[in-house]
Design a protein around this ligand. Structure first.
Ligand SMILES: *[C@@H]1O[C@H](CO)[C@@H](O)[C@H](O)[C@H]1NC(C)=O
Ligand SMILES: *[C@@H]1O[C@H](CO)[C@@H](O)[C@H](O)[C@H]1NC(C)=O
Ligand SMILES: *[C@@H]1O[C@H](CO)[C@@H](O)[C@H](O)[C@H]1NC(C)=O
Length: 445
């Protein structure tokens, strides 16, 4: 009798649990309608396909948007408090715009024609530039986006040329056998403090890696011009966190918007979202347990080689690492933890203050606005990100930075940032690095 009652209790309790979980999932995956492989955004020919940014002025607009979503499939690329950006194929463009207008939802066209944008994105390399590169000993330039091989060639060049303060380290291998590399820049100071800088964790965010490489060139080739506080710090720079995914986005136009790595996780789909794979808060809001989704968190925390490489290397260097800057695009945000939920760390006022100083400097240098705040509050809660992990390990200044587009003067872009914006984006990134360096050096410890 008692046993029967106990089983009944367990039964009811687990039913309740199942309901709670189902509800959580429904909410977390609300960006992803059932049955759609969200990771395949583009067709072979994307002529006339557009990216629209739908303005969300409040709860009423969000509701209207969700209503439209019940009617037709909308491919959501990113979401923030103020807008939802969607990719619309040419065939459904008229109807989608009609629905948005009928619902009285305002929208901007971020990309007029995806195919054209992709063609403009990477002009062919000139003979002149190729011959210059053989003179220099590497092929990296900042007027186009480059292959992983060229990025690594540049890192090898720096390792050779600045061997007195630079050290190239291989910290892992990807599923497809590519090396994961960091460049350690040493200040030669006793009692060293360091800043971690990475880019390219999401394959399609090309400018993130390009901007980090620009910062890297400033930290090495222009070292004598660096402000004092930056010469007092060490830097660990990993320009390319997800080389497999990046090469996949370069391989053909239909895969340009791939986001994850290329780990063979299921028979139907490849890839884990490395920025949902870190341990802190793993499996929570804004992540998916389904392998075909763009935000698939992986089978367990730190299941991915990219995650493991960062965790093993960075953990060895904490508490020396006091700044952790991970670069993404787009939207012009300086974001700090927590990302996994709408709660703030104890020292959030420091993170807000330093973020605002950086934003102010970027405005002076580059005439663009960056918005500062916690990721969960400004964008959406997303668990398992690398900045949350760093913060949870005690790194004070942990930031995720969303670089340019849309919002720079004259610019309405998204993941397809024209190459002329690489150096300006690099300058934005540099101001953030400089400001965090200053905060670390000046802070009493
Ligand atoms: C897209 O291109 C690939 C490779 O060129 C080809 O195998 C595939 O059949 C094409 N798909 C469509 C729908 O045309
Ligand atoms: C980096 O440079 C050192 C010499 O300073 C060399 O021994 C090492 O092999 C280089 N590493 C790579 C990966 O090229
Ligand atoms: C930046 O924000 C200011 C005030 O918030 C505004 O006046 C200005 O036009 C914005 N600049 C750009 C480039 O959006």
């Amino acid at each position: 009798m008692i046993r029967a009652a106990l089983w009944l209790f367990v039964g009811v309790a687990s039913l309740v649990l199942v309901c709670v979980c189902a509800e959580e999932n429904a909410q977390d995956e609300r960006d992803v309608p059932p049955g759609v492989n969200h990771a395949d955004h583009l067709e072979n020919d994307s002529t006339g396909a557009q990216i629209l940014s739908v303005v969300i002025r409040g709860v009423a607009d969000r509701k209207k948007f969700e209503e439209i979503r019940k009617e037709i499939y909308l491919d959501v690329l990113t979401t923030s408090k103020w807008a939802v950006d969607i990719l619309v194929q040419k065939s459904s463009l008229d109807y989608t715009k009609h629905l948005l207008k009928s619902a009285d939802l305002e929208f901007k066209v971020l990309i007029e024609d995806i195919q054209k944008q992709m063609e403009a994105e990477n002009p062919p390399e000139s003979k002149e530039s190729l011959s210059r590169s053989s003179l220099r000993g590497h092929g990296l330039t900042f007027d186009r986006y480059h292959s992983v091989d060229t990025m690594y060639q540049y890192m090898e060049y720096l390792n050779r040329t600045y061997s007195d303060f630079v050290k190239l380290e291989d910290i892992g291998t990807t599923a497809e056998g590519r090396t994961l590399r960091v460049l350690y820049i040493s200040s030669g100071q006793p009692n060293r403090k360091a800043i971690w800088i990475d880019g390219g964790i999401h394959a399609r965010e090309w400018v993130a890696s390009a901007a980090v490489l620009w910062v890297l060139s400033e930290l090495t080739e222009k070292r004598e011009r660096l402000p004092e506080e930056m010469r007092e710090l060490d830097f660990v720079v990993m320009p390319m966190v997800n080389p497999d995914g990046y090469e996949y986005t370069r391989a053909r136009r239909s895969t340009r918007l791939w986001r994850k790595n290329r780990a063979p996780v299921s028979s139907a789909c490849a890839g884990v979202d490395v920025n949902r794979n870190f341990e802190h808060g793993w499996g929570g809001h804004g992540t998916s347990g389904e392998a075909c989704r763009d935000t698939y968190r992986g089978p367990r925390p730190a299941s991915e080689r990219e995650t493991q490489a960062i965790v093993n290397y960075a953990a060895k260097n904490i508490p020396k690492i006091q700044g952790f800057l991970t670069f993404h695009c787009y939207g012009q945000y300086i974001l700090y933890p927590w990302g996994y939920d709408k709660i703030l760390p104890e020292d959030h006022a420091d993170l807000q203050r330093v973020g605002e100083i950086a934003a102010q400097r970027i405005k002076e240098v580059g005439d663009v606005n960056y918005t500062v705040g916690s990721s969960a509050n400004l964008l959406y809660p997303a668990a398992g990100g690398s900045d949350d992990w760093a913060k949870s390990k005690g790194v004070k200044y942990a930031y995720t930075v969303e670089l340019r587009g849309p919002g720079y003067p004259g610019g309405l872009n998204s993941f397809f940032l024209p190459p002329e914006q690489i150096i300006p984006s690099g300058r934005d990134a540099f101001e953030i690095v400089r400001t965090v360096a200053e905060a670390i050096v000046l802070q009493p410890s």
